[in-house]
Design a protein around this ligand. Structure first.
Ligand code: NDP
Ligand SMILES: O=C1O[C@H](COP(=O)(O)O)[C@@H](O)[C@H](O)[C@H]1O
Length: 497
């Protein structure tokens, strides 16, 4: 988390494996650029993009400048000054013999700067390249320096529990746990971090944040986009792995965690892993009662033709990969016993919205008529994660007039009106944390594995039984009917508002 004072990390070198790739273009370089503008980067810093493609330092910077112009939250600014610290190293991550170039570079910077720099290796490459690159890096003597060298590993972290365990075992054999930064970009979002502030910096909500007052909780992450050219990756993943196993379970942890006694990384992560471990295991024969999958067919969103998932590039024409998933979970602990948590995510949906809804129980109906105290649109805290960044408290009020009528009304906190609308992007926060050595917002090995355990029964059931109704939702809809049934049979309905 960005420190309260504008404290800069120490001298740093960031090696980005996958420097020529999409993630660096869209997210990492724009994030570093904004950190530079906001004066969060240290006096001595250097960014080295690594890849097999041929670039000179100059042509690499030009390519990244195009990315900044297209994707950065700030397009104008001191690009030349910033980019003079960027260079390119052409090498194959599988070529062990090339790695001394990295050590030589670090040694040269140490000499030039006169200080021992922190070194961050950011692995923005396909997951199958991670073991080889990590193994080659670990052979460099400099990587034994736990206090200065860290490695950032992108998602997906494993394909299932077994492969995640294998990757953890490999990485932990090569690096100390405190050197490994497993990224989940949702944890870097301002609005996600703010969940802890909302809950624990106020005395208002915490007393009612439990099974006695909360009826149920929903977490929706809907996207209007389809695959955006990522068919090759997504086809082997699906919505459950792509969004629920990581991002939405992490958000659930933020909503459900017990108060940490400090914001020290391991304390926060201990509390969050407790939540994951408390999630009730879904029995294999009951998966259909707790989980729904969907896949979009062809259709239109806002008059624009949308090809069906199976028509996208890199997708099997008979694909069983889900582009929508909804699950119902219970957190079996003292605070949350029998409070259902409904999570859903999907591509090609009507709106881009990541929203948490905490629905409180209705008021008893002694004084007002039952319909006024029912929960229709009230007793609700709505936490907008994106694109609306706001918190809305919905409650009942008396409509002015001589008749007794009750309406749901809202109190709103909006980032846009309360602040300057210049919130940092998730990758800004996460890169700065990794440079500073603050792992609070990164996943520890046990968290990743605990999250895989939650989804394993669903993955097993879906993997062993091909869906017979795919495609089962049209673009621009809220997913298959079964997703509505999942929640409506409990007497509730999905909400994003
Ligand atoms: N793109 C995004 O928005 C997001 C991506 N991610 C994750 O980030 C990672 C990278 O994704 P993305 O940038 O989209 O992928 P790309 O396919 O765009 O980039 C892959 C990068 O890997 C490099 N590369 C491939 N093989 C080698 C090799 N043998 N040695 C060195 N470099 C190599 C490529 O460079 P070259 O061909 O020059 O060698 C290229 O720079 C993935 O794990 C993805 O899941 C996560 C969240 C969002
Ligand atoms: O990790 C991923 O997240 C994006 C959605 O991220 P957001 O910050 O825009 O909500 C998703 O599109 C992608 O499929 C997934 O891999």
């Amino acid at each position: 988390m960005i420190p309260a004072t504008n404290q800069r990390p120490p001298a740093s070198i960031i090696f980005i494996f996958g420097g020529s790739g999409d993630l660096n273009l869209r997210k990492l370089t724009p994030a570093l650029y904004n950190l530079f503008i906001d004066k969060y980067l240290p006096e001595h810093f250097s960014v080295v993009g690594i890849g097999r493609s041929k670039y000179t330092d100059e042509s690499f910077r030009e390519r990244l400048e195009e990315g900044v112009k297209e994707f950065s939250r700030r397009k104008e600014g001191p690009w030349d000054e910033f980019s003079s610290s960027i260079s390119y190293l052409q090498m194959d991550g599988g070529d062990e013999a090339a790695y001394p170039k990295i050590s030589d570079y670090v040694a040269s910077k140490k000499e030039e700067w006169g200080v021992e720099p922190n070194v961050l290796f950011y692995l923005a490459v396909a997951p199958q390249l991670v073991p080889g690159i990590a193994t080659n890096l670990a052979k460099l003597p400099l990587c034994g320096d736990k206090s200065h060298v860290r490695i950032v590993v992108e998602k997906p972290f494993g394909h299932d529990l077994k492969t995640a365990q294998e990757l953890n075992a490999l990485l932990r054999g090569l690096f100390a746990e405190e050197q490994i930064y497993r990224i989940d970009h949702y944890l870097g979002k301002e609005t996600v971090q703010n969940i802890l502030a909302l809950r624990f910096a106020n005395s208002l909500f915490e007393p009612i944040w439990n099974r006695r007052f909360v009826e149920h909780i929903q977490i929706t992450a809907s996207e209007t986009v389809g695959l955006e050219g990522r068919g090759g990756y997504y086809e082997g993943s699906g919505a459950l792995r792509d969004m629920i196993q990581n991002h939405l379970l992490q958000v659930l942890c933020m909503v459900a965690t017990e108060p940490p006694i400090s914001f020290e990384a391991n304390e926060v992560r201990n509390k969050k892993v407790d939540v994951l471990n408390a999630i009730r295991r879904i029995e294999p024969e009951k998966v259909n009662d707790f989980a729904v999958r969907g896949q979009y067919g062809p259709g239109k969103i806002k008059d624009k033709d949308v090809p069906g998932y199976r028509e996208e590039e890199g997708v099997d024409p008979n694909s069983a990969t889900e582009t929508f998933a909804a699950v119902k979970l219970y957190v079996d602990n003292w605070r949350w016993e029998n409070v259902p948590f409904y999570l859903r995510t999907g591509k090609s949906m009507p709106e881009k919205a990541t929203v948490i809804t905490v629905q409180f129980k209705p008021a008893p109906s002694f004084a007002f008529p039952g319909e006024a105290t029912s929960n229709w649109q009230a007793n609700r805290l709505i936490i907008g994660i994106q694109p609306a960044m706001d918190i809305r408290l919905r409650f009942q009020a008396k409509r002015p007039g001589q008749t007794l009528a009750i309406d749901p009304v809202e109190m709103v906190f909006s980032y846009k009106t309360a602040y300057d609308g210049q919130e940092p992007e998730a990758y800004e926060t996460l890169l700065l944390d990794a440079m500073t050595g603050d792992a609070t917002l990164f996943m520890r090995a046990d968290q990743v594995e605990a999250a895989w355990k939650v989804v394993t029964p669903i993955l097993d059931a879906w993997g062993s039984q091909a869906p017979d109704d795919f495609p089962n939702y049209t673009p621009g809809s809220w997913g298959p009917q079964a997703a509505m049934d999942l929640i409506e049979k409990d007497g509730f309905e999905w909400m994003t508002k």
